[in-house]
Design a binder for this molecule. Structure first.
Ligand code: NAP
Length: 510
């Protein structure tokens, strides 16, 4: 078991730090997320399904690897609004590091943190000698070879309590990798000004700033650029982190799901068969259908007729609200219509009367081995906050409308912070809207720069945001093109340019 060096005592501190008066970025999403994305939810959901079918090992099982490597990593962080803590947890999860929260002996209140009021933070940051007292300490810090050091930026610098932390120990021959969280300030001199606080034998990495919309994928990508010993970054997939090699993501249910697939909305039975055949031939393995689409039977038949082994294919279907009152029967009906022994995932199509009871029926279907993973569609922050306390298994997936004109930038990080994978429907805007989106001059310019199509740019943008895509198509050429997303990468500027296209323009409800 990973040793927890200090309890995550942040509830009180985070509440008091949530004024927004400091420059550490806070999104609604991150501030309201309270679940550890890689432990609680993973353990809970895996327990149920693993009894049935031995899914891919989950995060917690990877921890001994890092322990066994012989060199140790500590993530020490001082949190304020919650973003630093979230990033610290992601780093610890990815590297198998121990984690330590720097807790102020005298917690900071909103008043303390209000900028330019002459309050406590203002005073400390302008006083070279200020060293706020820390409650607790790291046990045997000499055992660590690498320390990730996280903090928000206050007045362009690390909070003085971070200075206290560094001066509290005789750090020798260790590598410190700083990371900071901030709206706009870079890590700049905040890290360099810490160098003189420790011995010359300490090696400093240049570090990295993260903004409030950083995702776990950003952290993974950053960690991959660092010169960490190979064995310290877990080889085992982490829940919710996209693996661009295998083109899959590990769900909190313990099952791997492809990150690109085919949506079958509005595909007639024949079109469905041809489209699924094209998908499977081109290597695609994820198919989205629904009771409402009237083509579950065709999807099931195409899967059964394929040479691709059943277990390689991941099929999602949905219960419609009209089915919620007899959900257990509806699940059996879906299995029968599709002619499959199990369904990889069933999700509720959208909120409606009896949705909690229907979800509990899905939970029972997981226990019965009829369904492997379960989730929701068209659930947003408020709906999730109300729904989740009423159920036992954290959804593995939330499928919502997401495209460049309707980006859900406030919703996606919130869902991901719960250890739930996000999947976007209408990735190309949906029928009737695709032309405008595919001809958007920003997207066309990016497509031309990479020698790919507009559709590929949009789909890749989703993947880089950690959103699984299920574009719909009955055209085999399009289906092949839509799977071909892994030989190019959008730059930060290109991602930002597409992010700037958001119009909050919803194209449909369900
Ligand atoms: P979409 O994927 O945004 O767009 C589909 C349209 O894009 C089709 O007209 C298709 O035409 C075209 N297209 C696909 N690939 C293309 C390419 N490479 N180049 C040019 N055009 C391309 O819309 P959608 O299919 O309606 O949505 C995707 C999936 O999301 C659905 O199929 C369904 O599975 C799911 N969905 C879920 C909900 C929900 O409430 N949960 C709601 C709506 C949809 P061609 O056929 O000619 O390729």
């Amino acid at each position: 078991m990973k040793k927890l060096l200090a309890l995550l005592l942040s509830a009180l501190l985070l509440t008091s730090c949530g004024s927004g008066a400091v420059s550490e970025e806070q999104t609604d999403a991150t501030s309201s997320a309270t679940v550890d994305t890689t432990t609680d939810t993973t353990t809970e959901a895996t327990t149920t399904s693993s009894e049935e079918s031995e899914p891919t090992p989950s995060t917690t099982e990877s921890e001994p690897e890092a322990e066994a490597s012989g060199s140790k990593i500590l993530v020490a962080y001082f949190p304020c609004t919650g973003m630093t803590e979230q990033i610290a947890e992601w780093i610890a999860s990815e590297t198998g590091a121990d984690i330590y929260e720097i807790v102020a002996a005298d917690p900071y209140t909103d008043e303390d943190l209000a900028y330019y009021t002459g309050g406590r933070a203002d005073q400390e940051q302008s006083d070279d000698s200020a060293r706020p007292e820390i409650d607790g300490e790291v046990e045997d810090i000499s055992q660590y070879d690498i320390i990730f050091l996280g903090y928000p930026i206050w007045h362009g610098q690390a909070p003085k309590i971070v200075y206290t932390f560094l001066e509290s120990y005789d750090l020798e021959n260790v590598t410190i990798i700083p990371f900071c969280t901030s709206h706009s300030s870079g890590i700049g001199s905040s890290a360099e000004n810490l160098h003189s606080l420790v011995s010359d034998t300490v090696t400093w990495d240049s570090g990295r700033r993260f903004s409030g919309d950083a995702t776990e994928s950003d952290i993974t990508e950053w960690l991959e650029t660092l010169d960490l010993p190979e064995s310290e970054v877990s080889e085992v997939s982490q829940v919710g982190v996209f693996n661009f090699e295998t083109k899959t993501v590990l769900l909190n249910s313990g099952y791997e799901m492809p990150i690109v697939g085919l949506g079958t909305y509005s595909l007639t039975d024949d079109e469905c068969a041809v489209s699924i055949e094209a998908l499977l031939e081109a290597g695609g393995r994820l198919i989205d259908t629904a009771y409402m689409y009237g083509n579950e039977a065709a999807v099931g038949e195409a899967i059964r007729n394929s040479d691709v082994p059943r277990e390689e294919i991941f099929v999602i279907t949905k219960l419609y609200p009209t089915q919620y009152s007899y959900a257990a029967e509806a699940i059996d009906d879906a299995l029968e219509r599709m002619g499959l022994d199990y369904i990889d995932m069933i999700i509720l199509h959208h909120p409606g009367d009896g949705d909690v009871e229907a979800y509990l029926a899905l939970e029972q279907a997981v226990a019965d081995g009829k369904v492997r993973s379960i989730g929701l569609s068209n659930w947003y922050v408020e709906e999730l906050e109300e729904f989740l306390p009423q159920v036992n298994i954290t959804p593995a997936l939330v499928q919502n409308e997401i495209h460049p004109y309707y980006q859900e930038n406030d919703v996606i990080p919130y869902i991901q912070s719960l250890g739930i994978v996000v999947q976007g429907w209408y990735p190309l805007g949906g029928r009737g809207h695709t032309s405008e989106l595919l001809n958007d001059e920003t997207i066309v310019a990016i497509a031309e720069a990479h020698g790919v199509s507009s559709a590929q740019v949009i789909l890749r943008w989703n993947l880089q945001k950690g959103v699984v895509v299920i574009p719909g198509s009955s055209n085999p050429d399009h289906i092949r093109e839509n799977l071909d997303l892994f030989d190019f990468e959008l730059t930060d500027d290109e991602m930002a340019a597409i992010n700037a296209l958001d119009r909050n323009e919803k194209h449909d409800w369900y």
